[in-house]
Design a protein around this ligand. Structure first.
Ligand code: ASP
Length: 434
């Protein structure tokens, strides 16, 4: 059975059993809820997510360095970088515009006057746009890596990669070392991803056993609006980009992207999913190493269409709830700020909601409004993270196709990259001179 099917089974089994456990109505103090779900399944899920996260900082650094060095050598890095970042911004702007438009039509925030925030929300001061921009450049790259500041790691890797491509022989030697590290890292993913069906099962079981359906019921209109726009982004916007710009088969694309989307859905973290996305884009969709290594880590960090959609709907919802009219200029500000906020949003669970503070502040809406939607954010976070990851892959294949970096045979082959290569174990007794 192939891995995608196994992950799907793990996911559905976890979902069904979690819902079942909730339906039976478990005693939260009882052994099953506290020890089996709260400890055992939670530990399993966290171990899986950590096994992916373990690779993220080194992988982003090494793969972006190799990607930008090989692109730098062909003089393509500026062009490819511009195109990638441009497309990322455009898709995010479209996403939030769509979200705002649909929310204005559906009006999820009217008629919910009885709604009271069940939890207090203490707004943390959100970073200003100026600080977010300054923060892109690290003063100490090692500290940036230790603290997992992805944007800073990206900048450093890009600078170093471009410099390597201009440093002649020493550059070539450094690059060859990092290319080997990159290859070894991809091997590590291939090994660890085999745990995905079990990890996903634990995550889904726990999540669905504890999901607050009562909150979701109260906020059904908001929940469904966000969900509907996410689906529109996946089924209208992305297919349009894939067919019109990339001239690629949409069905083949979505069949192959299921694996990272499922991991994203279960883990709610595009950063943790990054190793899986990178592997899929390269081996299953046929994007060459230089392009994938460049576009995917960048996208996981700065491109969050799903998050922007939630922010667009949430802003309109909160304005409607408080009876505040948003002017056309306000709406433009929402689109702009949500697009920029997506760059600064860390690719981990729940951060999209914190960055919503920045959007609300820009248009003068009460940030306490976030407390209203806090209860339904868990499930929405899962859905938007899956969209975020799909968005990165859409741009990766599109950029690759238009820049001659896509192997069409691999893209079209339904079985490409499915078979795990036989572990190509290093023979320590081999004759090094052979
Ligand atoms: N969880 C999202 C991600 O990792 C970010 C967010 O919207 O909270 O992509």
């Amino acid at each position: 059975m192939n891995l995608t099917v196994r992950i799907l089974i793990g996911m559905l089994a976890g979902l069904a059993l979690g819902l079942g456990a909730q339906w039976i109505g478990l005693d939260p103090q009882g052994w099953f809820a506290s020890v089996f779900i709260g400890d055992f399944l939670d530990a399993g899920g966290q171990l899986f997510v950590n096994s992916l996260k373990i690779m993220v900082v080194p992988l982003v650094f090494v793969s972006l360095l190799c990607g930008s060095a090989s692109l730098g050598a062909t003089g393509k890095v500026g062009r490819l970088g511009g195109k990638t970042i441009g497309l990322y911004m455009v898709t995010t702007a479209i996403a939030v515009s769509l979200a705002v438009t649909v929310a204005l039509i559906v009006q999820p925030g009217t008629g919910v006057e009885g709604l009271v925030a069940t939890v207090a929300y203490e707004a943390k001061p959100s970073p200003s746009i100026k600080d977010t921009l300054i923060d892109i450049l690290p003063t100490n790259p090692v500290a940036a890596m230790a603290e997992g500041k992805m944007l800073q790691v990206i900048t450093f890797a890009l600078l170093l990669g471009i410099t390597i491509s201009r440093s002649g022989k020493p550059g070539a030697r450094v690059l060859s070392f990092f290319e080997d590290v990159n290859e070894v890292m991809l091997k590590l993913i291939t090994m660890l991803i085999k745990l995905a069906p079990y990890g996903v099962f634990c995550l889904m079981f726990k999540l669905f056993a504890e999901l607050g359906w009562a909150e979701i019921k109260k906020l059904m209109a908001y929940f469904l609006t966000v969900a509907a726009v996410l689906v529109m982004q996946l089924t209208l916007v992305y297919p349009l980009i894939l067919t019109l710009i990339g001239r690629l088969n949409v069905f083949t694309f979505f069949a192959k992207i299921r694996e990272p989307m499922m991991v994203a859905f279960s883990s709610s973290s595009s950063a943790a999913t990054l190793p899986v996305t990178l592997r899929t884009v390269e081996f299953r969709l046929g994007v060459n190493n230089a392009t994938a290594s460049f576009v995917i880590p960048l996208g996981a960090t700065i491109n969050m269409d799903g998050t922007a959609i939630m922010q667009g709907v949430a802003t309109v919802f909160i304005a409607q709830f408080y009876g505040i009219d948003l002017t056309l200029v306000d709406l433009g500000t929402v689109v702009l700020t949500a697009t920029l906020a997506s760059i600064g949003t860390a690719a981990v669970p729940g951060v999209g909601l914190i960055m919503l503070t920045m959007v609300l502040e820009q248009v003068g809406l009460p940030v306490e409004g976030i407390a209203l939607i806090l209860g339904v954010d868990r499930l929405l976070d899962m859905m938007r993270t899956a969209t975020n990851v799909a968005g990165d892959a859409v741009i990766a294949v599109t950029v690759a196709k238009t820049e001659n970096g896509l192997d069409q045979v691999v893209f079209d082959d339904p079985d490409a990259g499915l078979v795990f290569e036989k572990e190509n174990v290093v023979d320590l007794n081999r004759d090094p001179t052979a």
